[in-house]
Ligand binder design. Sequence first.
Ligand SMILES: [Zn+2]
Ligand SMILES: [Zn+2]
Length: 97
Amino acid sequence: MSDDPVCPLCLRPIPPGVPQSLHHLIPKLKGGKGGPTVLVHHICHKEIHATLSEAELARDYATPTALRAHPRLAKFFAWVAKRPPDFMSKVPKRKRG
Ligand SMILES: [Zn+2]
Ligand SMILES: [Zn+2]
C-alpha cells in the first residue's frame, strides 16, 4: 500500500493513525490565512516551529524545499527519516511549539 500521503519534509509516508498536522507554508499571522498548507508528521511540524520563527518561515522558508535546505532541519529530517513512520520521539522542549 503506497497511497499514504508523503511528508514533504522527511519524505516518509504518513500512514493513518500517525500523529500528523497541517503546516501553513505562510504563517497565519503573516497573511497566510487560507494559504497553502502541507500535510506533515507531527514530529516534523514541531521541529520546524521549534527551529524557526514565524517571521523566518514567512520570509525565507515558505516552501518544503527551503525548509529541507535549512542546516539544522536538514539534519533532523535525515535523522528522523531512518525511524519508522510512526516514530514519535520525545523532542526536547523548546520555547516555540
Ligand atoms: Zn515527516
Ligand atoms: Zn506549522
